[in-house]
Design a protein around this ligand. Structure first.
Ligand SMILES: [Zn+2]
Length: 348
């Protein structure tokens, strides 16, 4: 089978616009809207929304038999305001597996619930090197990290007057950079894979092709807290391929230039039959892939399994270095994963 070509320029363009659209779990509607707008160009897709806010796109295939689903999540790590301090600065409560050292000195927006968004930055509470002799000794934790707002406030009441309340969302600058086909940004997990699904749809559509079976695409919005795809996969679906980042680092097989088939993660093994089918497809289509096991990792496929989903579940994705930190991947991994999704959709 000859796979259709992939529009890499479009993939990067959409990915960078998605990365620039803040979408912490719980406030991911703008990213869902962006995906919906992008996909609205494809007249063969039918759309629905779950009550929880996820987007489902259906592409009717050549056969009604054993429909398939693929999923990727738009939501990301982030934080909410936990406390407004007496000096006007803000303490945060983390969303998902955010690591404090990785956002120290980062620019943020506080999405004030009662006013305009407010700019600021994250600092330790012993930031000045001319006052605190050993800032290195300060623990980077919930108690010592704070937001300094770029607004005239030195009291809790002045901060509240900006429209900021406890529970308001905080989004961190993604710092997107594309150099030599490397893509460096926060939140490639899992926006890279959202862009991959869209790229696969575009590639098939541009080439006048249709999936061999009915296919559903679930763009989920609560993955980082463990229940994204727990709802939203239609009951008639037989197989679910979760598309999420592969873990790169010491001890891992995955790298930034391949797609990975994950065979086991923290929740246990994936479906052997479906994993083998994907492996065969990669071999037959010369797709650059690895197999791997992820140490501290859960996926939306498992969320659906735990919610009672009676389907075969597998997990593929591009290698992402420094995940949940300042992430990086390469175009080669994005292309390989897109090819894999296409090969799966076309497979009889
Ligand atoms: Zn993810």
């Amino acid at each position: 089978m000859n796979l259709p070509s992939i529009d890499k320029a479009h993939l990067i363009k959409f990915l960078t616009s998605l990365l620039a659209t803040p979408s912490p779990t719980g406030r991911s509607e703008p990213a869902i809207e962006l995906v919906a707008k992008e996909l609205s160009a494809y007249k063969s897709l039918e759309f629905s929304r779950t009550r929880k806010g996820a987007l489902v796109a259906k592409w009717s295939g050549k056969s009604r038999e054993a429909p398939r689903a693929l999923t990727a999540h738009v939501d990301t790590l982030g934080a909410v305001i936990k406390e407004i301090k007496s000096d006007g600065r803000l303490k945060m409560s983390r969303i998902g597996g955010l690591q404090w050292p990785n956002v120290e000195a980062e620019g943020v927006w506080v999405l004030a619930s009662k006013g305009e968004r407010v700019r600021g930055s994250v600092l330790i509470d012993t930031a000045s090197g001319h006052i605190f002799k050993d800032g290195n000794a300060t623990p980077r934790d919930d108690d010592h990290m704070e937001i300094r707002l770029d607004a005239r406030t030195s009291s809790a009441s002045e901060t509240r007057a900006l429209g900021i309340q406890v529970g308001d969302f905080v989004v961190f600058d993604p710092r997107v950079e594309v150099t030599n086909d490397f893509i460096r940004s926060r939140h490639l997990d899992d926006k890279a894979c959202v862009a991959i699904l869209i790229s696969a749809i575009k590639s098939l559509s541009d080439n006048g092709q249709t999936p061999s079976r009915d296919a559903y695409f679930l763009f989920s919005n609560y993955e980082e807290v463990g229940h994204g795809a727990a709802a939203g996969i239609p009951a008639e679906v037989h197989e679910l391929v979760t598309v999420d980042m592969a873990v790169v680092g010491p001890g891992q097989e995955s790298d930034e230039f391949h797609a990975t088939l994950c065979l086991k993660d923290s929740s246990g093994p994936y479906h052997h039959g479906l994993s083998n089918k994907l492996r065969d497809l990669a071999e037959k289509n010369n797709i650059a892939y690895k197999t791997d096991v992820y140490p501290f990792y859960g996926s939306d496929g498992e969320a659906f399994w735990r919610a009672g989903g009676d389907v075969a579940v597998a997990l593929i994705g591009p290698g992402v270095d420094a995940s949940h930190n300042y992430e990086r991947t390469h175009m080669d991994a994005l292309v390989a994963t897109t090819q894999w999704v296409i090969a799966y959709l076309l497979n009889e």
